[in-house]
Design a protein around this ligand. Structure first.
Ligand SMILES: *Cc1c(COP(=O)(O)O)cnc(C)c1O
Length: 471
């Protein structure tokens, strides 16, 4: 404080009741409840008293308008949703930390419809009796996968846990050593087995497992053969594994079902759009898998969910398991899933309507021209301290899908003009503080903004972030 101002004293601070009656507080009182405004004001006044005690209270700070602004800013900050929409420019399309698959526009309407009223979630409208929530999606899943029956739980980790608990609790499950995967977020096949009360019998070696490895392990305690899609890594070189068809035959010969954890489990062959091949759920069922578990929010492009499809008698056992009740999904998930599965009925429109597929199939020239279009706004906001260039880069599918494959992409590469060290990290951090945060990736002493996941419809909002940034 400048020396020519006499600091205000605590006694000069207006009372809470007087302030609340000031016209300056009217806007806050229309936007927030009296309880909220009073609490925020109490904190603001306490801060003023602390300043007064230190002899640092500027008289200007006691003007009601000034206090009202502080209070309003505090309330805005406090009531802002903690879950925010962000721009995913990391280059990882299915980013688990950023919520995986963005839901298609058609799905938003379906979820909105069921939000605020009663729905026939578990009510059979034809007979007026209790129904089954799996009925919302079972017919679609049967049609899309060729399986006899289907059930839905919270995520694929839950699906695998439930499958094991229902079919192999206190019994043995045979799995190849080459398939004992760990998925991000602490999903490890051996740990899930233990949680389900199943005994894991590892067979074969890391790189090679043969049919005889499985048959040698089968004994009267065996309940299940299991195959896990090695979705986030690839073993190459001198390798051998037993395919679903062959393993299903081993199972049939010994009266044992074969369960497959397919991970991302696509419902359509991605190769038709020039994307790398990922095994589909239909192929796994056709090859002889008795049960297939997969995620709803990976390549399927829907909400977080775990789907199990397969033999009707086994699905029935799974549905009767008490864990199913604990792991079941709610109406929001089912409404979203039903709508996403509905999009698969029009396969020729899928690459346009299913957001995840639209993002994965964007062409490099299209993304490159977008990069060149957006470059001037970004360069203008960053000024001379940084140099922005439209540059080729590579995206990845993410979430363990198609791990070894990279998708050529394009984006903005931001370099520091002068090598002052903290510059790039500070820039990356301030982009995370924008009203709609921009999440990029720092590598090779540059900030990479991969534009694959920036849809043209979102460009205006993206540009608006940068003008906010420039100020
Ligand atoms: C992703 C994945 C899981 C876990 O699925 P969530 O839906 O994340 O619970 C399990 N197994 C495999 C093979 C996976 O790829």
């Amino acid at each position: 404080m400048s020396t020519d101002v006499t600091p205000a004293r605590a006694a000069d601070i207006p009372s809470l009741d007087r302030l609340l009656n000031e016209a300056d507080f009217a806007p806050s009182l229309t936007r927030y409840s009296r309880t909220q405004v009073t609490a925020a004001l109490r904190e603001a006044l306490a801060a003023l008293r602390r300043q007064a005690a230190l002899g640092e209270l500027h008289p200007q700070a006691l003007v009601p308008l000034s206090i009202a602004r502080t209070v309003d800013a505090r309330l805005q900050q406090e009531t802002r949703p903690r879950m925010r929409t962000v721009f995913n420019l990391t280059g990882t399309v299915l980013h688990t930390n950023l919520g995986r698959a963005p839901l298609p526009a058609a799905v938003q309407q379906s979820v909105l419809r069921v939000l605020s009223g009663p729905v026939n979630l578990e009510y059979d409208l034809r007979n007026g009796r209790r129904g089954d929530r799996d009925d919302m999606v079972e017919p679609s899943l049967r049609e899309l996968t060729g399986a006899e029956a289907a059930t839905v739980v919270n995520n694929n980790a839950a699906a695998v846990l439930l499958m094991l608990h229902a079919l192999a609790n206190r019994r043995e499950v045979v799995v190849s050593r080459g398939e004992l995967v760990e998925i991000g977020g602490a999903f490890r096949i051996p740990d899930v087995m233990r949680s389900a009360g199943s005994k894991l019998i590892e067979v074969g070696t890391t790189n090679r497992t043969h049919t005889s490895d499985y048959t040698d392990a089968i004994n009267p305690r065996t309940a299940l053969l299991m195959k896990v899609h090695t979705s986030n890594y690839a073993i190459t070189g001198f390798t051998a594994s037993v395919g679903i068809g062959e393993l299903a035959a081993v199972g049939r010969a010994h009266g044992l079902p074969l369960a497959v954890d397919l991970g991302s489990g696509s419902l359509v062959d991605l190769a038709q759009w020039g994307l790398p091949k990922e095994p589909t759920v239909r192929e796994a069922i056709a090859a002889g898998a008795d049960l297939v578990a997969f995620s709803g929010d990976k390549l399927l492009g829907g909400p977080q969910a775990g789907l199990i499809v397969g033999r009707a008698d086994l699905i029935e056992r799974i549905k009767k398991n008490p864990l199913k009740r604990a792991l079941r999904v709610g109406k929001l998930t089912l409404a979203a899933l039903e709508a996403v599965l509905g999009l698969y009925r029009a396969p020729e429109l899928l690459a346009e309507k299913l957001t995840i597929l639209r993002l994965l199939t964007r062409s490099v020239p299209e993304i490159a021209s977008q990069a060149r279009r957006l470059l001037p706004a970004v360069q203008a906001a960053l000024g001379e301290a940084f140099e922005v260039a439209a540059a080729p880069m590579t995206s990845q599918v993410g979430s363990g899908a198609l791990p070894a494959d990279r998708l050529p992409s394009f984006g903005l590469r931001v370099d520091q003009s002068h090598s002052r060290r903290p510059g790039l990290n500070r820039l990356e951090a301030s982009l995370r503080e924008l009203p709609r945060p921009i999440i990029g990736r720092i590598a090779d002493r540059a900030l990479w903004l991969d534009l694959r996941c920036l849809e043209v419809a979102d460009e205006a909002e993206f540009t608006a972030q940068w003008s906010a940034f420039g100020r």
